[in-house]
Design a protein around this ligand. Sequence first.
Ligand code: LLP
Length: 427
Amino acid sequence: MPHFDYQDGVLHAEGVALSAIAEQFGTPTYVYSKARLLENFDAYANACTGRDALVCYAMKANSNLAVLNLLAKRGAGFDIVSAGELQRVIAAGGDTGKVIFSGVGKSADEMRLALQHDILCFNVESIPELHRLNDVAGALGKKARVSLRVNPNVDPKTHPYIATGLKASKFGVAFSDALTTYRTAASLPHLDVAGIDCHIGSQLLDDAPLLEALDKLIELVDALGDEGIHLHHLDMGGGLGIDYGVAGEEAPAPAGDYVTRVFQRIDAWRAEKHGGRPIKVIFEPGRSIVGDTGVLLTKVEFIKHGEEKNYCIVDAAMNDMARPALYQAWMDMQPVKQAAEGSDGALFDVVGPICESGDWLARDRALPVEAGDLLVMKSAGAYGMTMASNYNTRGRAAEVIVDGDQVHLVRRRETVEELFALESVMK
Ligand code: LLP
């Protein structure tokens, strides 16, 4: 992970020792590198230079206001999936004119709020949703810009829980229904048919399925053009993976290379078939912007030698990081104190204090650790804090951003009182 290195035998985030962060803010704590965040965004943005393009960060991956604010200042747009996320964009100083609203189940209230803030586009996923949006926009005396999320039926070759573009998925409009759905959209008076989008899945290591999906979208753009429906933008969705360090797994395509390949295809198509007509390109990356910007810092509470396994019991748990429990995701663990050469340590299952067997963070890892030591879970910046819960009445982790030798607390730890502040006993 760039910007996370050992200095004098202690793991640092940029210029700050993680041991110092643990001492000051306690554990578990998410620690993000500002430099890495901006590098990841710039990889997309720089590859888009001189193009009509927009990078809409999929904030479901990490929606801390400080993260959003840094990206907004860099020119990012945002891909949102709820009114709550829209309110976060506003609170973080983002431009609502660069917001794309995705999701299969937008409520009328959510549509209303998004229309009032004049978002760039609604990514619509069904005919009933088109009708609802048309009604809401009509009642407000507005026109809603829409794109249809088309299901290109491309196999993203990723975990089934995060594959979204296959036929059997709940997402998107079936490829074979796309033209008729567009005709419906074009016939509704309060909709402005603006674009086409797809999102085929997440943690894709190879960009070939994304380019295959692009080819399918292009086919539709041409077919729609033949009917006089001209689209203003094409949205590639997100999905590019990161290197979690899984043994034997290929490294993902660098974001800049992927974006360049998208533009090459689009240029070739525009020159050949699209009559040179311009089309704006939108990307919705989440994980590849924030995944390797952060670690989850945790402390070893106990070492326990079971009959069959050794357990390293830490103070972070599945409520802080759900990916292993939910997807059997392999997340790398590393000690904060650099191990002496040759001291691999015993094999451990790293588990949390939550009362169920599903509460594990890593399995069968050689770790040179003892009680009181600090560990990090690497590449935990995406889908970590945003998926955290208060299960077992555990306050969620604190979050800090390191900028050079400065540490900024960007979310303090919750107090126990806050966890039940909204509850009351029956009168
Ligand atoms: N656009 C749409 C419409 C999406 O549904 C998603 C993610 C993205 C963009 C961003 O995808 P990314 O670039 O992050 O792959 N919780 C799971 C991942 C769920 C992804 C959901 N959709 C995990 O921890 O692996």
